[in-house]
Each structure stands twice: as structure tokens, then as C-alpha cells.
Design a protein around this ligand. Structure first.
Ligand SMILES: [Zn+2]
Length: 154
């Protein structure tokens, strides 16, 4: 069973414990790295300057302490293999339902299951949006299915 390396573990240190629970559940299914949890002012403005974020400090969910956002990448990291990022998103939403958490993914900011209305794609980015009541879990299962690239994805 995959588990987090020391760098991923330390990146989870200043992350909302509920979001950490989701990550701990998801990694049982797919190996991935935690690239980033909390971002301080310097790190956030650097991410903005490098167009990795559209927000300056302290606007990002990464800037809260503990952080309400994590950036994840399937391990080993291959930025060109988007299919694995979609697969991870699907697994994260299934894990979120196990734990009872509401998530938002940077590949579908408005949570409408469509990736065609995105002005900014942030495929590694996941945000904690509070606890998920039972009725919200049905919607999240629809999202998990929509994000799943399936076998026919080219
Ligand atoms: Zn992020």
C-alpha cells in the first residue's frame, strides 16, 4: 500500500486535519506526492509571479493556518500526463465522501462536473469546503465519476 514520503508528510503538517484525513484515505488507492500545503507570504507571491496561482497573499486558501488547500501530484510526477491528475481527482472525491468532507478541485472550480468552463486550470489543487452532509455526498459521487478518465481516455 502506498504511503507518504518524508517531504509529503512535512508538507501536510500545517494543513487542516480534515483535509489530511482525506489525503490519508486517498493514498491507499493511488500513490501521490503532497507538493504544497501552507504557503507563507513569500511563497504565495512567488507562486503568483510564476502564474501557478492567480492570488496574492493572503487571498489563497493555502495562506490560512492550518491551510485549507493542498497541491497534489500523482507519483512519480509527470506534468504531461493529465489523465493521472484526473484519476487522482476522482479518488480524492471518493475519499472525501468516506471522510465526510466537501471538496473543491482546481480542475473544476465551480463543481459543475464540466471542465470546459475553466478560465484557469490548477489540476494539483484541492480545497476543503467544510463538512459534507449526506445529501452532498450524492453530488460528490457524480463529480468523482465525471472526473474519472476511464479506460477510453486519450
Ligand atoms: Zn493550490
Amino acid at each position: 500500500m502506498p504511503y507518504f514520503g518524508s517531504r509529503s508528510s512535512s508538507n501536510l503538517e500545517n494543513v487542516n486535519p480534515r483535509l489530511v484525513e482525506v489525503c490519508n484515505d486517498a493514498i491507499k488507492t493511488m500513490d501521490f506526492s503532497v507538493l504544497c500545503g501552507h504557503r507563507n507570504e513569500e511563497d504565495q507571491n512567488k507562486a503568483f509571479d510564476e502564474h501557478k496561482s492567480t492570488l496574492r497573499f493572503p487571498e489563497s486558501n493555502h495562506n490560512k493556518k492550518p491551510s485549507d488547500a493542498v497541491d497534489l501530484a500523482p507519483y512519480p510526477v509527470d506534468w504531461n500526463d493529465k489523465r493521472r491528475f484526473y484519476n487522482l481527482a476522482s479518488i480524492m472525491f471518493i475519499a472525501a465522501n468516506h471522510i465526510g468532507v466537501k471538496l473543491r478541485w482546481g480542475g473544476d472550480w465551480d463543481r459543475d462536473a464540466s471542465r470546459k468552463d475553466q478560465s484557469f486550470n490548477d489540476l494539483p489543487h484541492f480545497e476543503y469546503k467544510g463538512e459534507a452532509p449526506e445529501e452532498a455526498k450524492h453530488n460528490q459521487m457524480i463529480l468523482a465519476n465525471a472526473y474519472n478518465p476511464g479506460d477510453s481516455y486519450a
